[in-house]
Design a protein around this ligand. Sequence first.
Ligand code: ZN
Length: 402
Amino acid sequence: MGELSNIEQSAVERAAAEPMLDQVLEWSALNSGSRNLPGLERMAAVFADAFSVLPGRLELVDAAPVEAVDAEGRTIAIEHGRNLHLKVRPEAPSQLLFTGHMDTVFALDHAFQQTRWLEDGVLNGPGVADMKGGLAVMLAALKAVESNGMADAIGYEVIINSDEEVGSLGSAALIAEAARSKRAALTYEPSALPDGTLAAARPGSGNFSFVVHGKSAHAGRNPEDGRNAIVAAAELALRLEGLIRDGLTVNSSRIEGGGPSNVVPDLAVLRVNMRPRTPEIEAEAKRQIEEIVAVVAVERDVAIHAHGGFGRPPKPMTAEMEKLFGLVKQAGADLGQQIGWKATGGVCDGNNIAACGVPVVDTMGVRGGKIHSMEEFLITGSLGERAALSALTILRIAEGRL
Ligand SMILES: [Zn+2]
């Protein structure tokens, strides 16, 4: 253990003593799959109740309208649950942002709905690590900070969104607005590795739907009059794959469309995910996508509409970001925790926060692993550990040490 002041020591002890395990057990028993709207509404009410012990103004905010393209190429509206938004001391000199998500990847009809102990101290369950455990850690840290004389030096906003696991399209604007002019942000995704290692640089991620309209014709009588949308979509997929290089992944994941074998298909929808490592590569990829779409449209004589975009901008490590990581590392060292970090291929709301120019550590949540699978686990001893780490980090930012 390193040097902790008396104030720090008491906050750290208080954070670690919060009833986080009980909360995780209760919160994981409620299904909050990303588009389970009734479940998310119940979950939001539970979080509103839990977070109302903090001062400030708490509201549940409607999700922004989101559109998607269906298998027939039509634009449809997608509904998301409400997002929790808490604003505390907006007049304080130093402002922070805390974010987490209430949704999980496990839909209401998924087989994974219950928690069980794998062994002493290791809990298996939907969202125990990603991220109901993280939300318990965030709340414990904030309660400890609030019980402390230093709290008045900082103000903050908390956002718990309902659609992180499906790209945060209904909450991205709310997060961007809250991130504005914040000193730093902490997001409570689980650590990148079960040993507590934080996620540092992240690539960006974009999801695209290309709707290809060709022309149908008889496959035997007059195929030359047809314009095959499936073949055009396949060519689009091949050309997009040609963009793959160091710093850019391209994954064509699905082609929908077509019909009977004797008809030239006039409609196809191609779905693609692309992950650029840097903003420069993202900008270049955008340009190249447009070019490829234009070339395939002309060569195949089809109409192509591109929907979607890079909803998660790349999160490179900046000097400011390094400084925040350094502060967390030092807090860890003073608590006897060794904190390292590494780049990862995953994306989260930390990407969107970083794109607002705000330094963010987005894996302040629990230690655990196998997330997004039925083997998801939480190392329950990490609840107290990480709550102490967060509380100390926040106090030190409040002291102006960032
Ligand atoms: Zn998550």
